[in-house]
Design a protein around this ligand. Structure first.
Ligand code: ADP
Ligand code: MG
Length: 356
């Protein structure tokens, strides 16, 4: 691929960001990751301009119009609870006429709404957790016959937000308490579903028209004290000083039977395609009591930090960090099926027409 002009955009809105040293979800770490992405793209000879976005889209529009990038590398991530701004920013960039990395607006919005995306996956005949229910008011809890244990999520969050030691519940009282907390704290519905106790896997996916599964990663909870539920909670994901973080390990490549790995990969690819994901993604899967893979969620535009998550899995497949970023840029020009090149602003960049 030729040398391209790349605009690397990220969310620099600060108010809602936790900014403690031990919290690797903080703005400090985000900036570090953005610098790493810029370095990785420059290693492939692209000309990178980093553009923080802190609320005013018209400023971004002007900067893009001046730069006229060949492609916008999207690292815009919501930080406001329950917000679906990721999809708005993605739609805006495409309306301006610039090719955009990762998933289109529709997939970003859909995958952030866990109930909607799980309903869609279920409708498409894919395996989802049993008893998945949306709780908009506490009295909705009375409409179901529950089989415990259950897990209670905030329905529109990601990155472990809202998940803690009390999220897996064994009794009606604990269920009610946690659902009440979610409704109150996150001001959004709670999502309740059967807690699956089996092994947990992450499937990294890379590519546009040709989507490739990276070597499987397994979440290893075996060193976690029995009093802490084996889940990827906020602490396990981000808080380096917590027991959850220190005692949860990722094994990549996972030690898993080839037939099971193939089934997990096929399931993940179908799920990513079903929500309209593109370019790169990560599907979280857990085995049920019969050893069947069940989809927990599809992550469109998952974290791209080097050495972790998708980047680690890609590395195990021989895709070094700059190669992974290059594959993501390449996919942006292949264009998701319903994402036409149709700029609707007069001043919009010509960009580059998507390759269809
Ligand atoms: N139905 C479930 N059964 C068992 N564990 C679950 C279930 N749903 C979520 N989890 C656990 O919680 C973690 C986070 O849930 P997930 O749906 O992936 O949301 P997030 O967007 O916060 O990553 C998962 O990685 C898994 O460990
Ligand atoms: Mg997840």
């Amino acid at each position: 691929m030729n040398k391209l002009r790349v605009a690397l955009i990220y969310n620099a809105f600060t108010d809602a960001q936790p900014d403690e040293k031990a919290d690797t979800g903080s703005l400090h770490y985000l900036r570090q990751m953005i610098r790493g992405i810029a370095r990785g793209l420059r290693a492939r000879r692209h000309q990178v301009t980093v553009m923080p976005l802190a609320g005013d889209l018209s400023v971004l529009q002007r900067r893009l119009d001046r730069l006229r990038p060949d492609v916008v590398f999207n690292q815009y991530d919501d930080v406001v609870h329950g917000a679906l701004y990721e999809m708005r920013v993605a739609a805006f960039i495409r309306m301006l006429g610039y090719p955009l990395t990762g998933s289109p607006a529709l997939a970003l919005g859909l995958s952030r709404d866990k109930y909607m995306s799980l309903s869609l996956l279920k409708g498409a005949g894919l395996p989802t957790p049993p008893s998945t229910a949306l709780i908009e008011r506490l009295r909705d809890l009375d409409e179901h016959k529950w089989t415990f244990p259950l897990i209670v999520h905030a329905a529109q969050e990601h990155a472990g937000i809202g998940l803690d030691r009390n999220s897996v519940v064994e009794t009606r009282t604990a269920l009610r308490d946690k659902a009440r907390e979610v409704l109150k704290t996150y001001k959004q519905p709670a999502l309740v579903q059967r807690f699956l106790k089996g092994r947990e896997f992450n499937v990294g996916l890379v590519g546009g028209r040709t989507l490739r599964a990276m070597p499987l990663a397994e979440v290893d909870y075996s060193r976690l004290p029995r009093t802490i539920p084996p889940i990827m909670s906020y602490a396990a994901k981000w808080v380096a000083t917590s027991v959850e973080y220190k005692r949860t390990a990722i094994i990549c490549p996972a030690r898993v039977d080839a037939d099971l790995a193939a089934l997990i990969n096929r399931t993940a690819i179908k799920a990513f395609r079903a929500v309209g994901g593109w370019g790169y993604g990560r599907v979280d899967i857990r085995l049920d009591e019969n050893g069947e893979p069940i989809i927990l969620e599809v992550n469109c535009n998952p974290c791209l930090d080097s050495g972790m998550g998708l980047a680690r899995a890609a590395d195990r497949a021989g895709l070094a960090y700059p190669d992974l970023l290059q594959a993501i840029v390449k996919a942006a020009f292949e264009g998701p099926p319903y994402d036409m090149h149709l700029p609707i602003f007069k001043t919009a960049g010509e960009g580059r027409p998507l390759g269809r």
